[in-house]
Design a protein around this ligand. Structure first.
Ligand code: C2E
Ligand code: CA
Ligand code: CA
Length: 663
């Protein structure tokens, strides 16, 4: 019989599995509901029996014991009615309570049966039949009420029924054995029904538990990043908002006190992850992300949550009120952990990380704005000192406000009117002649005034506005450059956003084709960070541009964490070494070595090389010594308006390089 093992399970001391625990809890919940009713039925049975035997049995038997039984039954019934207000949810508690009920059932059943047997002996045949009948009926009702609790039901029936039936056979008339057999069969059938219903009940509880487990599994899947096993973006923001609410409530309670609730959130971005992905493939990229997640998880604790927001972006939040120095120290520890070298089979790779932090309540009052500020601090950090931790500050706040103003003004701008182009010369070191001018956009906003391209270009790049700026600037620059001598080229910057948008690229190409300007005289400058951001698309766009005959320069080389792989795989014509290196050359021997090796690298790859940002004769002398081919910088000319370009050309022609090159 399948039902027997499940029945025996019920006698185990400690719940062993989730299902045992669930069963005990479900059984207890039913018991709490049904036991008062059961005690009620037993009380009625006791009263009726005592009353029936009151004239034949001793007083102690019809008053004393029943009263004790009834008082005890009432006490238990009230106890269980009280429990209805707070049904236990602890499996251990439920298990122990069920055992107590079990023991009481045995005791109560044994004492009750003994009492009834005593009474039975005092009764005549009518009273005896009534008692047997009453015992059977009471047992049937109890079994029905305790259907899901076979232990209790069968204990009660097992104690009273067989004894009574035996008594009936021994003391009854000739018809007694037949009645006893009939009643016995009814009892067995009843026991079977109890066991079947108990088994069905167990199955139902198991199915319910399974459904709950499935739902939990689904919830976990929906909230976990499948690659790293960390909480995902959705889960992170849910937890963050919840923590903010709790910290807010704490702060509210402690108003006037010194200690305020607070938390700090950080956005972590890996520097150098994309080149690894491009170079070694996504499988290695995934390994890197998993390894980084594992390193970050070391910092995870009850008060600290780490998540992967997507791509190579991770986030963290810690509860507590932190000083700036604490935040930065923690950030440095995280950066250091991520900087450690990575090894997968025979691949040795490395990433670094930058973190932007923002604090609640100082910097923002909700998760969305906290993220925005931490992200801004990260962006700011990446511009200035990569691989470090930056905490959102009032300087960032005013920069964000300015950006918001710039964005508003850009939306209303009439670029045809407000955008002008300055031209800065690129000079050939050996011949000391101008070989090109770089077109640099200037924006005079009627609302804000003159805005630096370093301020408005990034804002325009965060949306679609950059395309209109590029088109207007390119049209104007091409129109001006058409009138220059044929040996002077035009260098023009295009944005990553232009490069990865097929529509924008097609428009740019149409504009060049329709300008009448020889594409061979046009250098398109593409920043190195653009390539790092989306190499495949950038490479495809560059290939398209090359089909027109334009030249491609890699701008800001050295600033964007790129690798030799980029240079090798792209049809580049020229490399522009970022001005930050040149400007540190005279104070920093490492910068000097980097510039020297970058110049050497270009020579080896047969690429033209421009060093940007040359401001002093000293810098120029060094560069010339390194074998640099072209230079650009304030030493050779600041960006000038179009009408001054002929004068600059003339000045170089007549002075053959001018005073700057006289060394
Ligand atoms: P960039 O492409 O690196 O442009 C060179 C910047 O260096 C220019 O700044 C130029 O004025 C500055 N510069 C040149 N020589 C020196 C020097 O000797 N010392 C110093 N300190 N700076 C020097 P500008 O015009 O402010 O442009 C800043 C950046 O804005 C550019 O950097 C470029 O990335 C971007 N930009 C400018 N015009 C455009 C444009 O039309 N389209 C796009 N997409 N970006 C543009
Ligand atoms: Ca440039
Ligand atoms: Ca540059």
């Amino acid at each position: 019989m399948l039902v027997l093992p499940s029945l025996l399970n019920g006698w185990r001391r400690t719940p062993v599995s989730g299902i045992e625990r669930e069963l005990d809890l479900a059984r207890l919940a039913i018991l709490i509901t049904n036991l008062p009713l059961l005690y009620g039925v037993i009380c009625v049975h006791i009263i009726v029996t005592a009353y029936s035997f009151s004239s034949v049995a001793p007083r102690a038997l019809v008053y004393g014991l029943p009263l004790a039984f009834i008082l005890f039954a009432l006490f238990r019934a009230v106890h269980f009615m009280r429990l209805r207000q707070s049904i236990p949810v602890d499996g251990r508690v439920a298990h122990d309570m069920l055992r107590i009920v079990q023991f009481i059932a045995v005791g109560f059943g044994t004492l009750g049966t003994a009492w009834m047997v005593e009474l039975y002996l005092y009764g005549d045949s009518a009273l005896r039949s009534q008692l047997v009948f009453s015992v059977v009926i009471t047992n049937m009702i109890c079994s029905y009420i305790l259907g899901q609790l076979p232990r209790v039901a069968l204990t009660l029936a097992g104690i009273s029924m067989p004894g009574f039936l035996l008594l009936l056979v021994l003391t009854g008339g000739p018809e007694a054995p037949v009645i006893a057999i009939n009643l016995g069969l009814v009892g067995l059938f009843l026991a079977y029904i109890v066991m079947v219903s108990a088994r069905d009940f167990e199955r139902m509880v198991a199915a319910k538990l399974h459904a709950v487990e499935l739902a939990e599994e689904n919830r976990l899947l929906a909230n976990t990043d499948s690659l790293t096993g960390l909480p995902n973006r959705r889960e992170f923001f849910e937890r963050l908002e919840c923590a903010i609410r709790e910290e807010g409530a704490k702060g509210g309670q402690e108003m006037g006190g010194q200690e305020m609730g607070g938390l700090v959130m950080g956005v972590i971005d890996l520097d150098g992850f994309k080149p690894i992905n491009d170079l070694y493939g996504h499988a290695i990229g995934d390994c890197v992300l998993r390894e980084c997640a594992a390193r970050l998880e070391i910092f995870s604790s009850g008060a600290t949550t780490i998540a992967r927001l997507g791509g190579d972006e991770f986030a963290i939040f810690m509860r507590g009120a932190f000083e700036e120095a604490d935040v930065l120290r923690f950030g440095e520890q995280v950066c250091a952990a991520l900087r450690a070298p990575l090894r997968f089979a025979d691949i040795h790779a490395g990433v670094s990380a930058s973190i932007g932090f923002a604090r609640y309540p100082q910097d923002a009052m909700d998760g969305h704005h906290l993220y925005e500020r931490a992200d801004y601090a990260l962006y700011f950090g990446k511009q200035n000192h990569r691989g470090a931790a930056v905490l959102f500050s009032s300087e960032h706040e005013s920069k964000m406000l300015l950006n918001a103003r710039i964005e508003q003004a850009l939306r209303k701008a009439d670029f045809e009117q407000e955008l002008t182009i300055r031209f800065q010369p690129l000079v050939h070191v050996a011949t000391q002649r101008i070989v090109a001018f770089e077109a640099l956009a200037r924006w005079a906003s009627p609302e804000i005034g003159d805005v630096n391209p370093d301020d408005f270009i990034p804002v325009a790049e965060s949306g679609e506005l950059i395309h209109a700026i590029t088109r207007t600037a390119l049209r104007k620059a091409l129109r001006v450059a058409r009138s220059w001598p044929r040996d002077i080229k035009l260098s023009f910057n295009i944005s990553i956003r232009d490069l990865v948008s097929q529509r924008a690229l097609t428009q740019i190409m149409a504009l060049i084709a329709g300008s009448g300007f020889d594409p061979a005289r046009l250098d398109i400058e593409v920043t190195e960070t653009a390539l790092v951001a989306d190499f495949e698309r950038a490479a495809a766009a560059i290939a398209q541009l090359k089909t027109m005959g334009v030249n491609i320069s890699l701008d800001d080389f050295g600033a964007g964490h790129s690798s030799l792989a980029y240079i090798h795989r792209l049809p580049l014509d020229m490399i522009k070494i970022d001005r930050s290196f040149v400007q540190e050359m005279h104070v920093n021997s490492i910068a000097r070595d980097i510039v020297r090796s970058m110049i050497g690298l270009c020579a080896n790859l047969n690429l033209d090389c421009v060093t940007e940002g040359v401001e002093t004769q000293e810098q120029f002398d060094l560069l010339r010594g390194f074998g640099c081919t072209f230079v650009q910088g304030f030493l050779f000319g600041r960006p000038v308006p179009e009408d001054e370009v002929p004068g600059v050309i003339e000045q170089y022609r007549s002075a053959c390089g001018g005073k700057a090159l006289s060394a």
